[in-house]
Design a protein around this ligand. Structure first.
Ligand code: GDP
Ligand code: IMO
Ligand code: MG
Length: 425
């Protein structure tokens, strides 16, 4: 059962694209199981950067089957655009790309509502891709699954029901609801491209696992954006933690061999919500510059801050992490002494727990550790890192209670120290 789940241990953008691309080198299948085009996973191809939003980050590997599972919400237009962009790059693919016929469609009114809400006082800083409203429809049991595109007459009836339910909200937010005919005209255009890709992905993934093939589940977003375990309400609307892989892909938890959590060597967050170790000073600005911390979906500057070890311990627990992939260690080069949050002060008491329900009142307790000046990009073994960088990794492993299985020292594929392959051992 060589199935591995990769999840973000922070607020997303931990470098999942790069690490999934590395791990899929010898994988049969890679599965996106949740979220939608709110994700932006960066891949590096030679001198070029490619950002995938819906298709899995294994897309560069010709022999890896790419699956978009039913836990996802998929904007049909964006999927077609993304596939066209990939085609233009001339990527040769020998294995199929399969899209679940039970994934929910993001429709124009979902995007409209997301955008209108973001103009109001209750804005959360979403990516405005319609992700939240689509999951609302799914939970309300009036969503439109992609399989409906096989029968456009039936699809039209489903679209009309969902649109009717949203119409008072759209009007109350000052918007104009689109016409069903207009929505259907758009769907009729893309349906011939999408329908041939549709399949029963739970069965396809299950068969690959039964045949002992290596299957990688690619998380989107991150633990602290999970609808149940994140910093609610400043979260996305899906299960971004490891358990989401089972629900979103339709596989049983007993079939997962290992869970790898990705963490940057510091923290970032894009959008609103609590971020206790956030830096509002020059150091924060330096981290943003050195780490090129600008959103890969919306281009927004990412908020930056010191590493939060209680939050990482929390991620180890709620995901059951077996190993860590530590990314962007190179970004800390030349940043001087480093601060690391090791605990929180809450109501006059010190706690090592991440106070998820009380983050506004909690104050981070920092430990200062020595930084380093050396460039790290050429290191391929831990021994090739400066002593201070090695101590930093050891501190993270000790405090998180989880070993590092990979250390990333640059955005390229080869700028990586692989300590343990999650599919082996
Ligand atoms: P994802 O959403 O988790 O896939 O992450 P993003 O792709 O949104 O953002 C991560 C960014 O960091 C991308 O621009 C990557 O190319 C880059 N990146 C990944 N790993 C490293 C690393 O170890 N060092 C540096 N400097 N950049 C990295
Ligand atoms: P990847 O997969 C970082 C954030 C948004 C916002 C909140 C809700 O690239 O790590 P949504 O549009 O999902 O309703 O927005 O979640 N968010 C992400 N932040 N990386 C992501 O994905 C994100 N996907 C959503 O910024 O705060
Ligand atoms: Mg991203």
């Amino acid at each position: 059962m060589p199935a591995v789940v990769i999840v973000g241990a922070q607020w997303g953008d931990e470098g999942k694209g790069k690490i999934v691309d590395i791990y899929t080198e010898d994988c049969s299948m890679v599965v996106r199981y949740g979220g939608g085009p709110n994700a932006g996973h960066t891949l590096v191809v030679g001198q070029d950067k490619l950002i995938v939003r819906l298709v899995p980050s294994g897309i560069l590997r010709p022999h890896t089957t790419c699956v978009l599972a039913q836990g996802m919400v998929i904007d049909p237009d964006r999927l077609v655009t993304e596939l066209d962009e990939l085609d233009k790059r001339g990527l040769v693919r020998e294995s199929p790309l399969v899209v679940s016929d039970r994934a929910h469609a993001i429709l124009p009114f979902h995007i409209l509502v997301d955008g209108l809400r973001e103009k109001g006082a209750g804005a959360l800083g979403t990516t405005k891709r319609g992700v939240g409203p689509t999951y609302e429809d799914k939970a309300a049991r009036r969503g439109v699954m992609l399989g409906a595109l096989r029968d456009l007459k039936r699809c039209e009836r489903l679209v009309a029901v969902a649109l009717e339910a949203w119409t008072p909200t759209i009007r109350a937010l000052g918007g104009t609801p689109p016409a069903v005919a207009e929505i259907m005209a758009g769907l009729e255009k893309v349906a011939p491209r999408i329908v041939p890709l549709l399949g029963d992905t739970s069965r396809i993934v299950g068969e690959a696992m039964s045949a002992n093939k290596r299957v990688l589940f690619e998380g989107a977003q991150g633990t602290l954006l999970d609808v149940d375990h994140g910093t609610y309400p400043y979260v996305t609307s899906s299960s971004a933690t490891a358990g989401g892989a089972c629900i979103g892909a339709g596989v049983g938890p007993s079939k997962i061999r290992a869970v790898v959590g990705l963490t940057k060597a510091y923290c970032t967050r894009v959008g609103g919500g609590p971020f206790p170790t956030e830096l509002h000073d020059e150091t924060g600005e330096r981290l943003r510059k050195a780490g090129d911390e600008f959103g890969s979906v919306t281009g927004r500057p990412r908020r930056t801050g010191w590493l939060d070890l209680p939050a990482l311990r929390y991620a180890v627990r709620v995901n059951g992490l077996d190993g860590l992939a530590l990314t962007k260690l190179d970004v800390l080069t030349g940043q001087g002494d480093l601060q690391v949050c090791v605990a929180y002060e809450l109501g006059g008491k010190i706690t090592r727990e991440f106070p998820i329900a009380d983050l506004e009142a909690a104050k981070p307790v920092y430990e200062t550790v020595p930084g380093w000046k050396e460039e790290l990009g050429k290191a391929r073994k831990l021994e090739e890192l400066p002593a201070a960088a090695r101590s930093y990794i050891q501190l993270i492993e000790r405090e998180a209670g989880c070993p590092a299985w990979l250390v990333s020292v640059g955005f390229r594929r080869d700028e990586t120290i692989v300590l343990r392959n999650p599919f082996e051992g």
